[in-house]
Design a protein around this ligand. Sequence first.
Ligand SMILES: [Zn+2]
Length: 55
Amino acid sequence: MDKKLQCPECKNDITLEKEFSDGDVIECSFCGIELEVVGKNEDGTLRVEIIEEEK
Ligand SMILES: [Zn+2]
């Protein structure tokens, strides 16, 4: 089963090549934003939050 995640920033579908757990960071290959896994939805898809870079 392919696991996919829709990037909240650019709305592209990111294909996940491994299992992710809470606290893991996923980098969107389309826009380069970093997303932190914060949990799972009832349908098994990952819940993520955009990591705001403050530099
Ligand atoms: Zn993106």
